[in-house]
Design a protein around this ligand. Structure first.
Ligand SMILES: NC(=O)c1ccc[n+]([C@@H]2O[C@H](COP(=O)([O-])OP(=O)(O)OC[C@H]3O[C@@H](n4cnc5c(N)ncnc54)[C@H](OP(=O)(O)O)[C@@H]3O)[C@@H](O)[C@H]2O)c1
Length: 359
């Protein structure tokens, strides 16, 4: 009925860091010479396989994006499937995603659609929400606790708008980073204590070499100013216990610097580049953790979906587009010109605003 737009199909369209079709063919996962993207869906179950027990034809569902081989030894042994070699992101690593009249998914990906949401609202939050949920709740002891300060990069973007709400719901204090002051209102409405405009700073990018004292000191002054901006938002000298990262190369040195002693920088992407230069002195002497995180397992996706169903999480639908506008949505994302929140395209739903099966 509707498909959420995600950044992963910007990567798929660019063919970087990998050509998704070629990888599937090379690994003999799928010989198709096309890619049907789309990693968020709200729709109706049309047919089920013989062993499917959790959903039936006609059920109204949303689909989470975690795909894995249930027969893999590690998965059978109860290990987290996201670290299994068979783990894939639906509609990116796999084809047959939600940008088509029919989509093909594993049964465990299907979750009940929140009845109070329209098709397009329901298609908005799952991929970014399940990812943010794992980042914030999946890495004990660094799970978000009441009164923790959490710094959220790209706070008005897809991941960011879900992170703000999950942090707020945990009784903690989200501080957003944005690139234009007009985005602050959106973030504060969702629960952010305040926002920092990253365009007011210029120390981004790879960390200068520590032997280049002048360049390093200039960087450190920028990082310190950024840290002070966090205190200004809070009205007190506290540093984030968790830094919610995804820009990567441009921001990692600052994230590690700004993170509190004993805190965690948790990262699920490297949108601006993949070389994370870390001043190890801050990492070891202040005992900070730098943690990778990727999508989520079933339990985390289901827990996030429950927050959507009970109304704790707003799906943050920014705008609804037509099927033909799916490339436009990805171009807007690529150019960082997307509206705050999530973009969704109608696929099977004949019009916006419908909450259930069309008559
Ligand atoms: N591993 C996973 O499971 C997973 C899951 C979801 C997403 N991701 C990845 O995470 C990344 C973000 O996804 P998203 O859905 O949140 O995308 P999005 O909706 O486009 O939001 C990303 C935000 O990042 C900020 N940003 C852009 N350039 C930046 C820079 N140079 N420095 C700091 N911030 C910058 C932008 O906000 P401002 O311009 O306002 O700062 C933008 O709103 C993508 O690379 C995506 O593929 C990974």
């Amino acid at each position: 009925m509707a498909a959420g737009i995600n950044f992963n199909n910007v990567w798929a369209a660019l063919g970087t860091p990998q050509n998704v079709i070629a990888v599937r063919q090379k690994t003999k996962y799928d010989s198709s010479d096309f890619h049907i993207g789309g990693s968020d869906a709200a729709g109706i179950v049309y047919a089920v396989g013989g062993q499917v027990k959790n959903v039936k034809v006609g059920d109204q569902v949303v689909v989470h994006a975690g795909v894995w081989d249930p027969d893999c030894p590690a998965v059978k042994a109860g290990e987290d499937p996201t670290i299994d070699p068979s783990f894939k992101i639906w509609g990116y690593d796999t084809g047959w995603g939600s940008f088509g009249q029919f989509a093909k998914a594993q049964a465990h990906q299907c979750m009940p659609k929140a009845a109070h949401l329209t098709w397009e609202q329901a298609a908005a939050p799952t991929l970014v929400g399940q990812t943010a949920y794992r980042m914030l709740k999946g890495w004990p002891p660094h799970t978000v606790r009441p009164n923790d300060v959490v710094l959220i990069w790209g706070a008005a973007g897809g991941l960011g708008c879900m992170a703000i709400q999950i942090v707020k719901a945990a009784g903690a204090i989200p501080v957003g980073v944005i690139s234009d002051d007009y985005k602050a209102e959106f973030c504060i409405k969702l629960g952010a204590k305040g926002c920092i405009n990253r365009k007011k700073f210029s120390h981004w990018g790879l960390l200068p070499h520590w032997k280049d004292t002048a360049a390093y000191n200039q960087w450190a002054a920028g990082a310190r100013d950024f840290g002070k901006a966090i205190w200004d938002v809070l009205g007190e000298r506290r540093s984030p216990r968790i830094v919610f990262e995804h820009p990567g190369e441009e921001t990692i040195p600052t994230s590690i610097f700004a993170c509190d002693n004993g805190g965690m920088v948790v990262i699920c992407a490297g949108t601006t580049g993949f070389n994370a230069v870390v001043d190890l002195r801050y990492l070891w002497t202040r005992q900070k953790r730098f943690q990778g995180s990727h999508l989520s397992n079933d339990e985390q996706a289901y827990a996030f979906n429950q927050l959507v169903r009970d109304g704790t999480i707003d799906p943050c639908l920014a705008q609804t587009y037509t099927f033909d506008q799916i490339p436009l949505c990805h171009q807007l994302m690529h150019e960082n010109r997307a509206p705050e929140g999530k973009m969704v395209a109608l696929v099977g739903a004949p019009r916006a605003g419908m909450k259930a099966l069309p008559l």
